[in-house]
Design a binder for this molecule. Structure first.
Ligand SMILES: Cc1ncc(COP(=O)(O)O)c(C=O)c1O
Length: 507
């Protein structure tokens, strides 16, 4: 493409004009070459053609994101700066938490979240020390669990329920070990909140931290009757949520002490690579988490800024001499897990689309559920936690716990019933042969993954398992999930349903 040149000295040669031209051309370019990535609801989205791949998930964006990335890149601050600060503030405001810190992935967010809980700055009885235990769930994504091992703690695996995909919270008590258990760290599976009422009651009873891996669940909410919420310490709704005066409703990621997000492309919003650690209430955890993210330093100056505390040469920490530069004083064995400012610039545009994306995920799940209802002789469909059933007329009915979930689905999970005339892998192959994206519930039963079998061989006490984990095995063997992402057009959804019905229903 030819970029118009401006003559020296003309108005168009000022940096502002040059930037405006570049950004205008960027928008034109993006409109031409990225039209199949626009939201499905966008009239300018290039229609899907039969024969084209239907990914299970992916980037959904317009020229707005591309312009934001280019604009920030032209500024060339590069490391986290004003876009990062703004994104952190805007995400924290959306969720209604005290702080959100940007990191370079959801996995890094989990590493920072659990590392923060090992800090010597926390009370001795609460901090996680080597050999302490963290309760987690066996079916899921490996980097929900790996950081527990990486900080020297011991994961204790409870089972997952194949219907919800989530932890069987009735096993929490069985996992508890007095004096050793310090935290619970689990994911809301595929955009389905786990039983927060049971988990929080367990955490309150034993004074444990709760880390919510919210990487697959941005925009999910969980509600409970007000007296129950108040007994657990919650009085306020999250911003923008309301289920009447008798209930408290909050986003997932705002019930625990710390929560994490992933902004990798299949997730609810993307910046390519990226993630966030949200500190729900306790400001001290923010300073600690930031220290682990930023090399382990004691100082909290933003990149490129000196002397935020006003006494850069007035500290005495560790065995360093009084007045040693606070910028180079380290209170933790930290990392550097920051993303770039252009990533944050993309994220800011995506965050504005989040309400629309959440709605699209809900709608797409509903379309698949209705379209595949005829296949229920051989398929078990996922139920939101606390749902008792679903029917086409009235939607979900609820169990008598009084708690409710509202799912911002990451995926549409199917379980193949015993006795079906095909296996999960047969169905996955059929979908693959029609270029329909499908995935297994990540690592299945994680304790059967080589990383964990090898770990146990080398260190027999590296983790503990509660019971048989038969639900996790079932998920590993009989489940897969389809996409619900906001790039799916009605034609793509229709095609998915047609192909699955063709395979399953008698001719
Ligand atoms: C539940 C869960 N936690 C953590 C992660 C890791 O996120 P990332 O890929 O950004 O490292 C994922 C990735 O999909 C995930 O599904």
């Amino acid at each position: 493409m030819r970029v118009p040149r401006s003559s020296p000295g003309s108005m168009t040669s000022t940096p502002e004009h040059l930037k405006a031209q570049i950004l205008e051309l960027t928008r034109q370019y993006s409109r031409q070459v990225h039209d199949r990535f626009r939201p499905a609801s966008d009239p300018d989205r290039r229609p899907w053609q039969t024969g084209e791949t239907i990914p299970y998930a992916g980037r959904v964006f317009t020229e707005d994101e591309v312009e934001a990335a280019v604009s920030s890149t032209l500024d060339f601050w590069l490391t986290l700066g004003q876009e990062g600060d703004a994104f952190q503030q805007e995400l924290a405001t959306f969720l209604g938490v005290r702080y959100s810190l940007l990191v370079n992935s959801g996995s890094s967010a989990n590493l920072i979240a659990i590392s923060a809980l090992t800090s010597p700055k926390l009370p001795a009885e609460r901090r996680i020390k080597p050999g302490d235990e963290v309760v987690t769930v066996a079916a899921g994504f490996p980097t929900t669990v790996a950081p527990i091992v990486q900080v020297g703690a011991v994961p204790v695996f409870i089972d997952a329920d194949p219907e919800t995909g989530n932890a069987r919270c009735d096993q929490l008590e069985l996992a508890y070990s007095p004096g050793k258990t310090k935290a619970v760290m689990m994911a809301h599976a595929l955009g389905n909140p786990f039983d927060l009422a049971a988990t929080l009651a367990f955490c309150r009873k034993y004074d444990l931290w709760l880390v919510e891996d919210n990487c697959d669940a941005l925009g999910c909410s969980y509600s409970m009757p007000r007296p129950l919420a108040e007994s657990l310490g919650f009085t306020e709704n999250s911003p923008g949520l309301d289920e009447g005066p008798d209930r408290v409703v909050r986003w997932t990621g705002t019930w625990g002490d710390i929560s994490t997000q992933s902004f990798y492309p299949p997730h609810h919003l993307t910046m390519g690579e990226g993630g966030a650690v949200s500190i729900v209430r306790d400001g001290k955890l923010k300073v600690i988490a930031e220290s682990f993210r930023d090399w382990g330093r004691d100082c909290w100056c933003p990149s490129g800024i000196d002397n935020t505390c006003g006494k850069r040469f007035g500290w005495q920490v560790g065995e360093l001499p009084y007045g040693y530069d606070h910028k180079y004083s380290y209170s933790h064995l930290g990392y550097n897990l920051k993303p770039l400012d252009p990533q944050a610039a993309i994220g800011r545009v995506q965050l504005k689309r989040l309400p629309e994306f959440i709605q699209a995920r809900k709608l797409n799940w509903e379309v698949l559920r209705r379209g595949l209802a005829l296949c229920s002789d051989v398929l078990v469909f996922s139920l939101p936690t606390h749902a008792a059933d679903w029917d086409a007329e009235s939607g979900f009915s609820w169990d008598d716990s009084g708690c409710r979930t509202n799912c911002s689905w990451f995926g549409f999970k199917l379980q193949i019933k015993q006795g079906a005339h095909f296996t999960r892998t047969d169905l996955a192959r059929w979908l693959d042969s029609h270029q329909i994206g499908n995935r297994m519930l990540f690592g299945g039963n994680l304790v059967r993954q080589p990383a964990f079998t090898q770990l146990l061989q080398a260190q027999p006490k590296a983790f503990r398992v509660v019971g048989e984990l038969s639900g996790s095995d079932e998920i590993m063997t009989h489940c897969l999930f389809l996409g619900t992402y906001p790039g799916l057009t009605p034609e793509m959804l229709k095609f998915k349903i047609k192909i699955i019905r063709e395979y399953i229903l008698p001719k």
